[in-house]
Design a binder for this molecule. Structure first.
Ligand code: E4P
Length: 217
C-alpha cells in the first residue's frame, strides 16, 4: 500500500519522508489555508521534496476553468496530480487533463457509481472520503470495498486512494480491503506505530535492564 501524506506542512512531510513513509502528498484548499502558504509556492516546494505524486486541487467549478487551472498546476512540476471534484464538470476536466498526459486525482467521491465514472474518464486516482461518510453515520469502508470490487471486475487501472482517513483503524481497514493508496494526516501515520503492549513491554525491559547494572555503550 502506498502512503500519501495529507498535509501542506512541509516540516511534517520532511520528517516522514526521511523514514521512507511518503509515496506522495495530497493537499486541498482547506489544507492550503491551514498552512498559510501560497498554493503555487508550497506545491512547488513539496513537489521538490518528494518523488511521488503531489495532488494540487483546482478551485474553479466549470470544466474550462478547471482545465486551465489544472494545466497551470501541472506545469509546477512533473509529479503534480491535478485534483478535480467529482462533478460532471470535474469529469470533463479529468478526461481532458488525463488525455494530455497529466495525473488526475478525482476527489470528493462518496459513491461507487461516482468512482465508476471517474475511472471511465481516465482518472489516475479516485479519492473516496471515508471519514466524512462515517461523520454522517454511513460506512466509508463499505464504499472502499465496493469500488475495489467494481474496479477489479473490469480491470480499471484507476488507483483507489482512501482519503479522509481519521483513525488508525481506518488505515488498517483500507489496507485490509486493498485500497491502492491511503492519504492520512501525519499524526495518524505516526500513531500507527503505537501499541499499549509495546509500551508496557518496554517499561518492563527497561526496569529489568536497570537491575542488571550493565551498559551497552
Ligand atoms: C485528501 O485528498 C482529502 O482532501 C482529505 O483526506 C480530506 O480529509 P478530511 O475529510 O479529514 O478533511
Amino acid at each position: 500500500m502506498k502512503f500519501f501524506v495529507d498535509t501542506a506542512e512541509t516540516d511534517q512531510i520532511a520528517e516522514l519522508n526521511a523514514l521512507g513513509m511518503v509515496d506522495g502528498v495530497t493537499t486541498n484548499p482547506s489544507l492550503i489555508l491551514k498552512s498559510g502558504r501560497d498554493i503555487l509556492e508550497v506545491t512547488k516546494e513539496i513537489a521538490e521534496m518528494v518523488d511521488g505524486p503531489v495532488s494540487a486541487e483546482v478551485v474553479a467549478l466549470n470544466a474550462d476553468e478547471m482545465i486551465a487551472e489544472g494545466r497551470k498546476l501541472a506545469a509546477i512540476a512533473g509529479n503534480i496530480a491535478v485534483k478535480v471534484p467529482l462533478t460532471w464538470d470535474g469529469l470533463k476536466a479529468c478526461k481532458v487533463l488525463s488525455g494530455e498526459g497529466h495525473m488526475v486525482n478525482v476527489t470528493l467521491c462518496f459513491s461507487a457509481n461516482q468512482a465508476l465514472l471517474a475511472a471511465k474518464a481516465g482518472a489516475t486516482f479516485i479519492s473516496p472520503f471515508i471519514g466524512r461518510l462515517d461523520d454522517i453515520n454511513l460506512d466509508g469502508m463499505e464504499l472502499i470495498a465496493d469500488i475495489r470490487t467494481i474496479y477489479d471486475n473490469y480491470g480499471f487501472e484507476t488507483q483507489i486512494l482512501a482519503a479522509s482517513i481519521r483513525t488508525v483503524n481506518h488505515a488498517f481497514q483500507a489496507a485490509h480491503i486493498g485500497a491502492d493508496v491511503m492519504t492520512a494526516p501525519p499524526a495518524v501515520i505516526k500513531k500507527m506505530a503505537e501499541h499499549p503492549l509495546t509500551d508496557q513491554g518496554l517499561k518492563t525491559f527497561m526496569a529489568d535492564w536497570e537491575k542488571t547494572g550493565q551498559k551497552i555503550l
